[in-house]
Design a binder for this molecule. Structure first.
Ligand code: SF4
Ligand code: SF4
Length: 272
């Protein structure tokens, strides 16, 4: 995650809003497709708005994008998220080296070479330097460069999504930390306390059968396994609700997102 301290290293040091003019207009990239052909790793992370549009533009469901190796899932800052598969360039680049889903391309592609820098209230745009090889880009207003329909609602969605991902990361972290603390406690308490603990949770017979050392080891492993299951359940829930369940392309995306957000938060509340 970028911090404000980092911006002078990767950008021109300015923060832009959607009404600012910025020198990023590559004039259609004019025969250059360097970005789309590069191995950009996991950098084009896809949000639900991207999937809403890409599934329409590509005529494929999210599952079909995965099995066609156009999109893949990876751990990104401790949670699983989809991104464009870029190890041999992007699969959406056509034979003429143009984006086959240009109108529906993800917002990170629309932004480039701009990026977003999040703060407590929302985000600013930054101009990443050393990314685009063109040195004669023209000035253009940020909102025009993005070309996103209903940018205010999109920006509100980006803020909500960013906060939601922070919540998801925190939830996963808490599940794992809680289990780790329990495992640490069990691994360090005295035999006497462990026997009392086993009695309280109805494990006395199991403890007698396994012996104290084996019981202790298996109990710690069970806490860690439960945490793995819990964190996987969180991530699977998020993937299912925001990515795998198909969107209605004839209906407003933002309203569908808000509904899914409510549903997801309610399901996540039940996972510990
Ligand atoms: S989706 Fe389009 S613009 Fe984005 S990397 Fe792929 S080909 Fe390039
Ligand atoms: S390097 Fe610049 S001109 Fe080339 S594809 Fe990327 S953004 Fe376009």
């Amino acid at each position: 995650m970028l911090r404000y301290d980092d911006i002078n290293e990767i950008s021109d040091g300015r923060l832009y809003s959607e009404n600012d003019m910025v020198r990023v207009d590559t004039n259609g990239c004019e025969g250059c497709s360097k970005c789309c052909e590069s191995d950009m790793g996991k950098s084009i992370v896809l949000d639900p708005y991207d999937i809403f549009h890409m599934t329409e533009g590509a005529g494929k469901t999210f599952d079909e994008l995965l099995v066609s190796f156009l999109v893949e899932l990876d751990m990104i800052d401790n949670i699983v998220l989809p991104h464009i598969k870029m190890d041999n360039g992007c699969g959406f680049l056509n034979a003429d080296k143009r984006c086959s889903i240009h109108k529906y391309r993800p917002s990170i592609c629309r932004l480039f070479p701009l990026g977003r820098l999040y703060n407590d209230k929302g985000f600013d745009y930054i101009l990443q330097t050393g990314e685009c090889i063109k040195d004669n880009c023209s000035k253009i207003k940020v909102d025009k460069w993005l070309g996103i329909e209903d940018l205010p609602r999109h920006s509100a969605f980006i803020n909500k999504w960013h906060r939601f991902l922070q919540f998801e990361r925190k939830k996963v972290r808490e599940i794992i930390e809680r289990a780790e603390n329990e495992a640490l406690r069990i691994s360090s308490i005295s035999e006497e306390d462990l026997t009392v603990y086993a009695g309280i949770i109805g494990d006395s017979e199991i403890l007698d059968e396994k012996g104290i050392d084996k019981y202790r080891i298996e109990k710690c492993a069970a806490f860690r396994e439960k945490a793995q299951e819990g964190s996987k359940a969180v991530m699977k829930t998020v993937l299912r609700i925001f990515y795998m369940e198909e969107y209605k392309h004839t209906e407003d995306f933002f309203a569908q997102f808000d509904e899914r957000l409510k549903k997801c938060l309610s399901e996540l509340r039940r996972i510990n």
